[in-house]
Design a binder for this molecule. Structure first.
Ligand code: 0JX
Ligand code: SF4
Length: 308
């Protein structure tokens, strides 16, 4: 069996930074360090950090007084920031700078008096955070159908922003529907979908041209990983999301000569290796890495973790 690895795949700059914030906080302040929500949507990452002394909670009420607290890469609502401040919790904010950029765009549009539309998935923590960061009502749309159902007068000055981990193609359709509906509309086009999401989606399209089956390494609750699997399926290649090698089903590979592997932005390379090992247990494999766009983006850590 030939195995092709998509390039780029796996960790993005925001995930590297978020994990490093927890690790450095553990080193600097000592365990435990509390993390609100999974730092990134990956059980392996979360379990590794738990072993080093991180404690993961969903609500700040679970954090004891004075405990060092980290906000996850997905961002939080202002109400969460305010609760932490009112309790005097020392906070390290691991929100990806590209998510913060979307928050700031939303605030700017609202300050200019525009009605704000967020393209994103309900109940996703990034969407909850973004909706809770902008000082005003936000209309959430998830589909072209949702756009048709918006009841705002069509000449209302509107603006849109997007979740960072959406499908580029679906988002283009939703933006086109918004532009067709509203006469005074502003927005960043698809630029809010972050570089890592866009690059991984392009790479899985290239991968799909060469393979019979695609395995996406990523967690079931990882939005960007799910989008990669969807793209594989949409272009007609059987595609499966696997957390690690143990989830590989040999039946998927019965007629496959070439298997493609990619990984979501929150999935560490060690899990890609684990999937390759699982393939080797089925039969001999040769592994090649496809050429692809190079990424050299790095985000700075919070100053309190780099000084001294
Ligand atoms: O579910 P998402 O894709 O938003 O998050 P995940 O899987 O943790 O990926 C890294 C964090 C991305 C934030 O934009
Ligand atoms: Fe940041 Fe994009 Fe990574 Fe999310 S997927 S953490 S927005 S770089």
């Amino acid at each position: 069996m030939e195995v092709f690895l998509a390039q780029p795949r796996g960790f993005c700059a925001g995930v590297v930074r978020a994990i490093e914030i927890v690790e450095r906080a553990l080193e600097k302040y000592g365990p435990p360090v509390y993390v609100r929500h999974e730092i990134v949507h990956n059980k392996y990452v979360v379990e590794s950090l738990k072993k080093k002394g991180a404690i993961f909670v969903e609500d700040l009420s679970e954090v004891p007084p004075k405990a060092v607290t980290v906000f996850s890469a997905h961002g939080v609502a202002r109400s969460v920031e305010e609760e932490a401040a009112s309790r005097g919790l020392p906070v390290l904010n691991a929100t990806c700078p590209l998510v913060t950029k979307v928050h700031n765009q939303g605030k700017r549009y609202i300050s200019k008096g525009r009605a704000l539309i967020l393209i994103g998935h309900a109940d996703h923590p990034e969407v909850e955070g973004t909706m809770g960061q902008v000082p005003g009502p936000v209309l959430l749309v998830q589909s072209v159908q949702d756009v048709a159902e918006l009841t705002l007068p069509v000449d209302t000055p509107v603006a849109y922003i997007t979740q960072t981990t959406l499908s580029v193609d679906d988002t283009k359709d939703i933006i086109a529907a918004l532009q067709a509906k509203f006469t005074d509309i502003q927005g960043p086009d698809i630029r809010d979908i972050c570089y890592a999401t866009q690059n991984r989606q392009s790479a899985v399209r290239e991968l799909s041209k060469l393979v019979d089956v695609i395995l996406v390494v990523g967690a079931a609750n990882s939005s960007n990983s799910n989008r990669l699997r969807e793209i594989g399926t949409e272009v007609g290649v059987a595609s499966y999301l696997v957390a690690d090698g143990s989830e590989l089903n040999p039946d998927w590979l019965k007629d496959a000569k070439a298997v493609g592997i990619t990984a979501g932005a929150s999935a560490p390379e060690v899990l890609v290796d684990d999937v390759i090992e699982a393939l080797r247990r089925i039969g001999p494999v040769t592994v090649s890495v496809l050429p692809g766009r190079e990424e050299n983006i790095e985000f700075r850590l919070p100053a309190e973790l780099t000084a001294g």
